[in-house]
Design a protein around this ligand. Structure first.
Ligand SMILES: [Zn+2]
Length: 369
């Protein structure tokens, strides 16, 4: 099993730009490109994480043991999202899971745990693992025991599924990618930095099935093919939206110094009484924008992840504040400052209405706390 990721494909759009430049044609504006990768270790680990969320009906004892060890590790570690957010970027960078766990503990730990210059030998690293809380060894041992069964029974078909998806995406998404990023960047007020964003495709994963990591090794998106497949109406357009959504996170990270819509929104929220919306409001805007791009360039009837997978139901205040101002921005090119002001005005209105509803009336005196 290879641990070093290799590019599965590179979009031909980049090649076209290079050829046009060579031929003396005016160079097209640089746009973000996507480079797909596969990653065997992450695929295995995400498979266990995905299975751990399902009712336990797996017959293989190795699989059941790995799921149990994962659950214990997550339970001891606190929030699983945060636990894995420290470890998985290091796994993507090519470290075996044990090393990734060890190094994820490096920050704030004595030098002896982590030697940046030379690193620890695998034997040294393993002996140090017993000092970690939670102890990752039961899970890494369970993964080692699971690997042969996984490679024989799950990996072959899963690998073919990923290869087929990459082929479909190359035919379906790649030719329209420049248009997608042009429109998204126009709407979001971004100057496209023209980076190549690595997207790791794995067969299955824990909900929501996709994440973007920013680490010292750079930005990387991970997308599971089963992201949203339990949502009604899921299909290739939903997968395209999830990929675009994640790469918009990468674009957002890469344009933090620009006065983008997301940055203007964050600045306005910080100065308002709605500072608690700093996460869900810009994030919901990314959902709206990714869905809009899919509607414009793939399927006009596409309903979007937020609706199909009921994400908007989780953030009712954010979607109510954003929907109309963002539709106006997309339809009528309303300038960004006005759009941001309209979103904040919607939040103010909702706050006033809520205060009005909660105001004690003469016939309903406030209950003492
Ligand atoms: Zn997101």
């Amino acid at each position: 099993m290879t641990r070093t990721p290799s590019p599965a494909t590179r979009f031909p759009a980049a090649l076209c730009v290079a050829l046009l430049t060579l031929l003396g044609a005016p160079a097209a504006a640089q746009h973000t490109t996507i480079e797909f990768f596969t990653h065997d270790e992450l695929a295995l680990h995400w498979w266990v994480r995905a299975e751990a969320e399902r009712p336990a009906d797996l017959q293989a004892p190795e699989a059941r043991a790995a799921i149990a060890a994962l659950r214990d590790y997550e339970q001891e570690g606190g929030n699983p999202m945060l636990v894995w957010a420290r470890i998985e970027p290091l796994l993507l960078a090519g470290l075996p899971l044990e090393d990734a766990v060890l190094r994820s503990h490096a920050r704030g730990m004595p030098e002896r745990y982590y030697n940046d210059a030379g690193g620890l030998s695998p034997e040294e690293a393993r002996t140090r693992l017993h000092d970690l809380k939670p102890d990752p060894r039961p899970y890494t041992d369970a993964l080692d025991a699971l690997r042969p069964w996984y490679l024989a029974t799950i990996a072959p078909a899963a690998g073919r599924e990923v290869e087929a998806a990459i082929e479909s995406l190359n035919e379906y998404l790649a030719p329209r990618l420049a248009d997608c990023y042009r429109d998204a960047c126009d709407a979001l007020g971004m100057t496209d930095p023209g980076h190549s964003v690595p997207v790791y495709l794995v067969p299955s994963g824990p909900r929501p099935g996709a994440i973007t990591y920013r680490s010292r090794t750079g930005l990387a998106c991970v997308v599971a093919l089963d992201a949203g497949t339990d949502c009604q109406g899921a299909g290739l357009d939903l997968l395209v939206e999830v990929i675009l959504h994640e790469t918009l996170h990468a674009l957002d990270f890469a344009t933090q110094e620009q006065p983008t819509a997301l940055q203007q929104l964050r600045a306005a929220l910080r100065e308002s009484s709605h500072v608690e919306r700093l996460r869900d409001l810009p994030h919901t805007l990314i959902f709206l924008q990714a869905a809009a791009v899919v509607r414009d360039h793939f399927g006009p009837d596409h309903r979007g992840y937020g609706e199909l997978c009921r994400y908007y139901q989780k953030v009712p205040a954010a979607i109510r504040a954003l929907r109309q101002p963002w539709a106006d921005r997309l339809d009528r090119h309303v300038p960004l400052p006005e759009t941001v002001a309209a979103i904040l005005a919607n939040l103010d209105d909702a706050e006033r209405a809520a205060a009005e509803r909660n105001r004690p009336t003469a016939t309903q005196p406030a209950r003492p706390e």
